[in-house]
Design a binder for this molecule. Sequence first.
Ligand SMILES: NC(=O)C1=CN([C@@H]2O[C@H](COP(=O)(O)OP(=O)(O)OC[C@H]3O[C@@H](n4cnc5c(N)ncnc54)[C@H](O)[C@@H]3O)[C@@H](O)[C@H]2O)[C@@H](O)CC1
Ligand SMILES: Nc1ncnc2c1ncn2[C@@H]1O[C@H](COP(=O)(O)OP(=O)(O)O)[C@@H](O)[C@H]1O
Ligand SMILES: [K+]
Length: 501
Amino acid sequence: MSIELLSPAEMAQADRKAIEAGPFDGMGLMRNAGAAVAREVLRRHPGAERVHVLCGPGNNGGDGYVVARMLAESGVPVSLWASGEPRPDSDAARAAGECPLKPMPLAGFSAQAGSVIVDALYGAGLSRPVDGDCARAVELVSALGLPVVAIDLPSGISGESGKAMGPAFRAGLTVTFARKKPGHLLMPGREFCGEVALADIGISDPIIEGLGVQTFVNCPELWLAEFPVPGVDTHKYRRGHVCAFSGGPASTGAARLSALAAARSGAGAVTVLSPGNALAVNAMHLTSIMLRKTDDRDELDAFLADRHPSAFVLGPGFGVGEKARAFAMAVLASQAGVGGLVLDADGITSFREAPDELFAAAANAMPAFVLTPHDGEFARLFPDLAADERLSKPDRARQAAARAHGVVIAKGPDTVIAAPDGRAAVNPNGAPWLATAGSGDVLAGLVAGLLAQGMPAFEAACAAVWMHAEAGVRFGPGLIAEDLPRALVPVLAELVAMRCG
Ligand SMILES: NC(=O)C1=CN([C@@H]2O[C@H](COP(=O)(O)OP(=O)(O)OC[C@H]3O[C@@H](n4cnc5c(N)ncnc54)[C@H](O)[C@@H]3O)[C@@H](O)[C@H]2O)[C@@H](O)CC1
Ligand SMILES: Nc1ncnc2c1ncn2[C@@H]1O[C@H](COP(=O)(O)OP(=O)(O)O)[C@@H](O)[C@H]1O
Ligand SMILES: [K+]
């Protein structure tokens, strides 16, 4: 698997273990890294009039000296600029020694149109905002609009969090090594990296597997083995029964979007649980989806005992207040074999004054518990985590999941899915077409649909987020939430084929 996302500390550990295991020493890895970058520069910019290689004092700069040497050996005009001397006796110093070009001080850096920039100032070791000559170089390159190839990460971007620590290069291509880092996928890092190319520099898969990495790219490889495919002898209730709670007569559409998505995901039966005064409007718009009057806790308990549903969506269009809290608590307390509760939107907001009550109920619940907050909803349940600027999005989601005793889907352009056991996945395939009213309701229904089919909560949440994004991307401009359930069909077909093939 190459879906692990390595933190800078894990990458340094991989580096050490690879050197111990051989055959490459630190210098060998650095030569491999530099060679991979030089290859990409030659391939992507064959007509470059000049390549300016900007080297920092650490190993990222070391990679830069290798690139400068190899490009010069290939006959490319190269200018070499350094922000400082490498530490004596370091691999970077050796790489500088092997380079026939003498670096010029970065303070004097200038470049012309037609040039390409190789950013080897800082990579994984960036520990504070870039300033001084480096910040000036970032400004100049951006003012000239020159193409940038970044080594490992664009200087100024945190590999851990994707945050811009002050000025940062905007690369067209970032070449990274062994595995991607969270900062390549998290915003705004994803924007600053441009295309990310992964190069093998001789760090083997068993070394990465031995690191115990807990952060992953969210892609089918992560959850396909758990993806539900019905047996030939199945029947509709065995494929799972999802229920979506509807709001009042003026806000019923959201629950129907969740219901439709759950049905498309493969749940065999779906019921909208509606207040009595909204039954008529719901009935007008439902065909294969069932409808049942559910006005209070007694009616809900009767339904649970009578129909043994498998998963619930509570929140989309539901309204904020005591009724949402009571229904959520009833589902979590159910001993009737309910597989899961997805709490979204108004369901989340209803607990803003009493999140601990919700989390305590989830701790003792039989049903799996999944929360699907966007940033605003996240801050309502976890104000301290939302305000903590030191946390990366995956760490914030991980802590929230542990506290909530449930899986947290922290939504946005870089949706993160986290489990209470510390696993986190960063979604790579989101697109802005998904930012449309009701899109989150569809996602909540998809998660419930997969839970109802017996998929474990973390995998169900990851699969739903990926499928939702994939459907949105493929549909593209003009997407509205109503389109998403239908747009899922080809995505589902491919997943089922991959799973069975
Ligand atoms: N870990 C690995 O497996 C490999 C790493 N390689 C390269 O090594 C890089 C990491 O090297 P380093 O750990 O030396 O780190 P960097 O080269 O990114 O940073 C160098 C040093 O600069 C200092 N520094 C950080 N931010 C600064 C700032 N804003 N202003 C001034 N100084 C600052 C830090 O103390 C850091 O030690 C990777 O990004 C990659 O390019 C490659 O050589 C191949 C193998
Ligand atoms: N810029 C973006 N790029 C990719 N996905 C996005 C972006 N903005 C929002 N989304 C996704 O769209 C959905 C919006 O959900 P939500 O905010 O709950 O909206 P609603 O309540 O209207 O359905 C989420 O899945 C979110 O991850
Ligand atoms: K860099």
